[in-house]
Design a protein. Structure first.
Length: 278
């Protein structure tokens, strides 16, 4: 693979498993040194599907096997102070930050109509699907908003001054098709992800004069260990298959290389031509 990112340093939040791991490996393969930030660096061990994919004891070691520098930092990205401290650690270890992929957040395999049919729904249903637009518990709302929106904003706020100083940078935020369509059953989650799209547009306007690109991706039904096999939903997708981590990683590659130098403030949907899930 061409070393398009040789000499660059990339930060990937939520990088210990799933899509984040895929982004870290892709950017490493392109030559970037990477910093993986996650609140649980062992989260990939939880899901058998993902544990089988790993080729080393950690994502950082997998990246190092691609002949780049790679570090791991444990941090609570819902805390502004913790996030800023983590970014300072990246700078101390790797010297600069050229790319930030704000992947930390959370999704779920459960749709609202499936939850009611599942035994022990509270044990398996993610917070993101609980509540309706007219009725949502305060603790659920706050947790979903802080996990998805605040973590993204804090990361962008922490890296922006350093990118401004060097007059260059690429930021990729991560939304979801749940942030584009109402009625998916992901009510508080959809609100948080829709807010990320608007934040991306606003940040792109602010940072554009400093030669910094800010774009967003909105994945649809993507196979990860957490979400499991949802091939049964492929009938709602034009390409008739669920997406892969690699499908998303290719789009991130586009957004962090010079191929996207004249693209900013945009949201790219990665959903295989997904129709209304409902």
């Amino acid at each position: 693979m061409e070393q398009k990112l040789k000499g660059k340093v990339a930060v990937i939040t939520g990088g210990a498993r799933g899509l984040g791991r895929g982004y870290a490996l892709r950017l490493s393969a392109l030559g970037a040194d990477v910093a993986i930030i996650d609140r649980n660096l062992s989260s990939g061990d939880v899901y058998e599907f993902e544990a089988k994919l790993r080729t080393a004891e950690s994502v950082a070691v997998e990246c190092q096997q691609l002949n780049v520098r790679a570090i791991e930092i444990q941090a609570d990205l819902t805390s502004r102070e913790s996030t800023f401290t983590a970014i300072e650690e990246v700078l101390a270890e790797l010297g600069r930050i050229d790319i930030a992929v704000c992947n930390a957040g959370g999704g779920t395999a459960q749709f609202a109509d499936e939850i009611t049919q599942t035994d022990g729904a509270d044990a398996v249903a993610d917070l993101n699907t609980r509540g309706t637009p007219a009725s949502c518990d305060e603790d659920v709302l706050q947790r979903v908003i802080t996990t998805n929106l605040n973590s993204c904003m804090y990361t962008c706020m922490a890296v922006s001054p350093h990118m401004i100083k060097q007059s260059s940078g690429k930021i990729v935020t991560v939304s979801s098709t749940a942030g584009l369509e109402a009625g998916s059953g992901y009510h508080p989650y959809g609100v948080a992800k829709a807010a990320i799209i608007h934040y991306t547009r606003s940040l792109a306007q602010e940072l554009g004069p400093h030669n910094i690109n800010v774009n967003c991706i909105a994945p649809g039904i993507i196979r990860t260990g957490r979400l499991g096999d949802r091939q049964h939903l492929s009938k709602y997708i034009a390409l008739r298959r669920e997406g892969t981590i690699e499908d998303c990683a290719r789009v991130v590659e586009f957004l962090v290389t010079d191929l996207s130098d004249y693209v900013t403030g945009k949201t790219i949907t990665i959903d295989g031509g997904q129709c209304n899930q409902r």
